[in-house]
Ligand binder design. Structure first.
Ligand code: ITT
Length: 197
């Protein structure tokens, strides 16, 4: 029987990528829980926010819980949008408004290097078990390219490629992404004898 994991996220795209990457595990979303709370992301770092999400959900279940806090760091913007990536265009924003804002902020910047970062926390029964991180370097394109993926994927080209993550598609993205690099650590950790029952 596959090891079960509940992913503490309301972002269905994250669940899809995590399920595809952790194919040896049974990856469940929050719909298996009764009325899970919306966790306020009050932390100043990816690790703080990932920890808040993992702990809040792990209080509600005996299952192993995995949270993901991630975002885009743009060098010429001093690391913004960073932990505020999902709320860059405001609390009522969305991916499209976030991308428009990023292009406006990048106007006139010739230095366009950036990276996606992902921090994953595993928790059970209100205790953190371990944390993992991953990053992928790249640059911000001049305009949106491609229709696949989510978030800032249409504006992010990984190092060495002219195509965006939204053009490359899930399989190629999952072979190099910040999320897949963090999940490599998760898979190794879960496969160590004695780490979980
Ligand atoms: P949860 O908190 O419920 O997990 P969320 O989407 O709000 O969902 P975060 O707070 O971690 O998640 O914000 C992550 C944001 O960073 C996300 O909304 C995207 O804008 C961006 N992001 C993270 N990973 C990305 C990826 O693989 N591709 C494109 N954008 C990504």
């Amino acid at each position: 029987m596959k090891q079960r994991l509940i992913v503490a996220t309301r972002n269905a795209h994250k669940v899809g990528e995590i399920r595809a990457i952790l194919s040896a595990f049974e990856v469940l979303d929050l719909s298996v829980l009764n009325d899970p709370p919306e966790v306020e992301e009050t932390g100043k770092t990816f690790l703080e926010n990932a920890t808040l999400k993992a702990l809040a959900i792990s209080e509600l279940t005996d299952a192993l819980v995995l949270s993901d806090d991630s975002g885009l760091e743009v060098d010429s913007l001093g690391g913004d949008p960073g932990v505020y990536s999902s709320r860059y265009a405001g609390e009522d924003g969305n991916d499209s408004l976030n991308n428009e804002k990023l292009l406006r902020e990048m106007d006139g910047h010739s230095e366009r290097t950036a990276r996606f970062r992902c921090v994953i926390v595993l928790a059970r029964g209100g205790n953190v078990l371990a944390d993992f991180s991953g990053a992928v370097e790249g640059r911000i394109l001049q305009k949106k390219q491609g229709r696949r993926g989510f978030g800032y994927d249409p504006l992010f080209a990984p190092e060495g490629d002219k195509r965006s993550f939204a053009e490359l598609g899930e399989e190629i993205k999952n072979g190099m992404s910040h999320r897949s690099r963090a999940l490599e650590g998760v898979a190794d950790w879960l496969c160590q004898p004695g780490e979980i029952d």
